[in-house]
Design a protein around this ligand. Sequence first.
Ligand code: SF4
Ligand code: SF4
Ligand code: SF4
Length: 246
Amino acid sequence: MRKPRIGIFDFACCEGCQLQIVNLEEEILDLLGVVTPVEWREAMSDQAEKGESFDIALVEGSITREEDAERLREIRARAKFLIALGACATIGGVNKLKNNFGMNDVKETVYGEAADMPHLETMPTKALHEVVQVDYMVHGCPIEAAELAHVVRTLLAGKTPTLPAYPVCVECKLKENACRFEFGEICLGPITRAGCGARCPSEGSWCFGCRGLVDDPNTQAAREVMAHYGKTIDDLRGKMLLFNSK
Ligand code: SF4
Ligand code: SF4
Ligand code: SF4
């Protein structure tokens, strides 16, 4: 029987999520036993023929140019399942910071006097689902490698992967961490999707929301927490800009 074919693609990003795939180490060898990687620029010298199809396309990075959007549509057309990999792909991530400014200002800041050159065209950042249909999302900056392995294995078994639909606070409290609000910080744990094991609060930092908003965030509870610690909703919004700009 033919092994399922996987392609791995990147757009605007640091490629840290692909590195997490490499970091799967022994698990990736197991996975490679059940799939055939046919396109992976970062790790393969031979690439698939143009137009070849995939069972699963893993796509990291954000869409920041019209030519990126075209390429993403072409990948979508070739893939049975398309999985967005990491915050840049699932929510736009840090790349969406630029959406808080005019595009000309952004280009002048980055390219200076060369900003008008036609090949430096740019547009407001989009997450993948804002351009094409995305079947599954593996959140985080970077992704949790084990979560990706779970999603791929579940799909290959013909089942539907599910990801945590509760906030980071749940995992944080299970770990009995001291709450960052007690240290005068603003933590996005109450409104952010869990699945990272409360990685940041467990290391003594506030959650900066890299896994995106949890489904139906309990905004009233978040308001109450902010009020209890003498913070405002504007304080919260300010913290959200880093990963959750519109
Ligand atoms: S989500 Fe983070 S680690 Fe992954 S590609 Fe984007 S910036 Fe890099
Ligand atoms: S607000 Fe942050 S530190 Fe406090 S419990 Fe929630 S995730 Fe943990
Ligand atoms: S604690 Fe928050 S910022 Fe840190 S990895 Fe988890 S979701 Fe991302």
